[in-house]
Design a protein around this ligand. Structure first.
Ligand code: ADP
Ligand code: MG
Length: 600
């Protein structure tokens, strides 16, 4: 007797659901795509408890007659393609015909639909893949799908879901993507009876961005438009200098489909090489339109990834278009004195001082103590390179641990100059030391701030002109949760209207102009689950880490006195050899090493 058998449709659907429907947001994605494919101009999405308990998507699209509605629940039933070659002419989001049966196989699925011209609507109820009933129902033309008890029958899948807040953030992000992709449709998103956003039909993408991401972000964007050899790139990109700590606002579409494309995102990051600081991401709402035959969307069941037939050409187009747009905006800014703020990195006169006023001095005990037996986590590549030592520079350990040298200049160090504006070179008794200015500065500030935070001594500067800040729904919720924590650490922020906040005071160590970018970074960190609410120490540490990168900067013209003082302060730190991000702050070349290098 044969042991091979064909799986029942119900089992096959449940297996397919594993790929197509990985989390509640995937249900929302598939249903919203179907509504848009059906030509809807009004789409309402409602969900509860992160989508686990309840998801409703309702549209005013074409609807289905009874036969079609029943067929739609069969595997591989689609009205969108008939043969493989149709993929090359694809103008719809869907084509695989597996979303509805997959969703219905892992939930309690109710579909109500009515086609134009039909007398009554049809209602279908399926539970865990089994049809419960088909009957008439009254409803306007269009379709309404309610998905309840998602994954109830698949405990393994349920276990993998994250907190309601996380699942809800994914749903919100997903609906926003489609709202951006199709500004001509009106979108409403409701969570637990609270309206997250309601965006009427918009004539342009820029209007839609302003609607759901806020006017403030919309105003920091530049329009981009470029066409070449059958490719068209258009949309909105961040002005130079406007960077983000995460990729959440780097959003790309191919033929209006929201996609994660490495080609597009790398090209974007590369184009912004000089326009946003290293390690930060540009802001972009970028649309690429091209012949459907030149792109494969059938790489992954969820269709989030795409493959370009002419990858190199696409990449080059993005880089050219973005660079040109950034360059033109730069030229415009130079021409008009009103445009743009102070240049990045500029600090107020005297803002940076070797030991800023109001800073608590380093505790005595630490000054007197010799270097703690601290060994930094040395990156493997520096172990392999013998020139880089992982111990504190020898000259400093010997001569500068007494109270004399510390906090001022390390005894016996002679400043030789600054290379590439970044590396301070010192001659020491033991050889040469190269100090990375920025890494050292961040380390000093990080430890200072941690001490201040722990001691609850955070000086606040009240702002003469409070800084308004507009956030989206997710960021608003996150910020509201942390207002008190931030208040205790120097940020006086008040809510003044839906999604609007006013920063009235910032910590003394911060440039007021940095308040907004800093808060946006902070919200990025919150979104990624850092600054966890339950552990105050961890949250403080993370705050200090973010803050150190933003603390009042050394002026570009800092010279001998400032850099010697910085070296002095660095070596009173608990962990002087690495930046808060774990990069080395200095490297030493000993006499022996130099002699070996020169084969003496
Ligand atoms: P696909 O979208 O890949 O065709 P689905 O399983 O998502 O597959 O949907 C199956 C079919 O059901 C679609 O091809 C479409 O004809 C019909 N359908 C689904 N949702 C709607 C809707 N909201 N309005 C009208 N028709 C719909
Ligand atoms: Mg579909």
């Amino acid at each position: 007797m044969s042991s091979i058998r064909i799986l029942s449709d119900r089992v096959a659907n449940q297996i397919a659901a594993g790929e197509v429907i990985e989390r509640p947001a995937a249900v929302v994605k598939e249903l919203v795509e179907n509504s848009l494919d059906a030509g809807a101009t009004r789409i309402e999405v409602e969900f509860r408890t992160g989508g686990r308990a309840y998801i409703r998507v309702e549209d005013n699209g074409a609807g289905m007659d009874r036969d079609d509605a029943q067929l739609a629940l069969e595997r591989h039933a689609t009205s969108k393609i008939a043969e493989a070659a149709d993929l090359d002419r694809l103008h719809t989001f869907g084509f695989r015909g597996e979303a509805l049966p997959s969703i219905a196989s892992v939930s309690r699925f109710e579909l109500q639909t009515r086609a134009a011209g039909a007398e009554v609507g049809t209602e279908l109820l399926v539970n865990g893949g089994r049809l419960v009933h088909v009957r008439d129902c009254g409803r306007p033309v269009g379709t309404r799908v309610v998905v309840a008890q998602l994954f109830n029958s698949v405990p393994a899948r349920r276990k993998f879901l994250k907190s309601d807040a996380t699942e809800s953030a994914h749903i919100i992000h997903c609906v926003r993507l489609y709202a951006l992709a199709c500004p001509q449709a009106a979108f409403t998103l409701i969570e637990d009876e609270r309206t997250i956003f309601r965006s009427p039909e918009c004539t342009t993408t820029a209007d839609r961005v302003a609607e759901i991401f806020g006017r403030q972000i919309a105003e920091s964007l530049l329009p981009v438009e470029f066409a070449e050899a059958g490719l068209r790139l258009w949309g909105l990109i961040g002005r130079p200098g406007v960077g983000r700590a995460t990729r959440h606002e780097m959003i790309t579409f191919v033929n209006h489909r929201p996609v994660d494309s490495r080609t597009l995102s790398y090209a974007l990051i590369e184009s912004y090489h000089d326009a946003v600081p290293k390690g930060r991401y540009p802001l972009a709402f970028l649309f690429l339109d091209l012949d459907p035959a030149a792109v494969d969307v059938n790489v992954h069941p969820a269709k989030r990834e795409v493959r370009f037939r002419h990858e190199v050409q696409v990449r080059a187009l993005v880089i050219r278009a973005v660079l040109r747009c950034l360059r033109d905006s730069g030229a415009a800014a130079m021409a008009g004195p009103a445009a743009g703020g102070p240049p990045a990195g500029a600090a107020g006169p005297g803002a940076w001082a070797a030991q800023p006023a109001g800073m608590p001095p380093m505790p005595e005990s630490r000054i007197a103590a010799p270097f703690p037996a601290f060994r930094p986590a040395v990156p493997p590549e520096s172990l392999a390179a013998p020139a880089v030592t992982s111990a504190p520079p020898a000259a400093f350990t010997v001569t500068a641990t007494g109270p004399e040298g510390v906090g001022r200049s390390p005894a016996g160090w002679r400043w030789l100059g600054l290379a590439h504006g970044t590396y301070a070179l010192f001659e020491t008794e033991a050889g040469l030391v190269l100090l990375d200015r920025r890494a050292a500065h961040e380390r000093v500030w990080y430890e200072r701030l941690r001490e201040q935070f722990a001691a609850g001594r955070v000086g606040v500067q009240r702002l003469l002109l409070p800084v308004p800040i507009e956030l989206d729904a997710i960021a608003t919720a996150l910020l509201l949760d942390r207002l008190e924590f931030l208040g205790r650490h120097g940020f006086e922020i008040v809510e003044f209207g839906r999604h609007f906040f006013r920063v009235e005071g910032v910590p003394e160590w911060m440039e007021p102009a940095d308040a907004e970018p800093f808060l946006r970074d902070l919200l990025g960190a919150l979104r990624e689950g850092r600054l966890a609410a339950h552990d105050l120490d961890v949250a403080r540490d993370e705050l200090a880490r973010l803050a150190a990168a933003r603390a009042i900067r050394m002026p570009a013209g800092a010279g001998e006195a400032e850099l010697l003082a910085l070296a002095g302060q660095l070596f009173t730190c608990r962990q002087p050899l690495t930046s808060p991000a774990g990069r080395p702050t200095c490297v030493e070349f000993s006499h022996g090493e130099l002699a070996r290098r020169f084969q003496k």
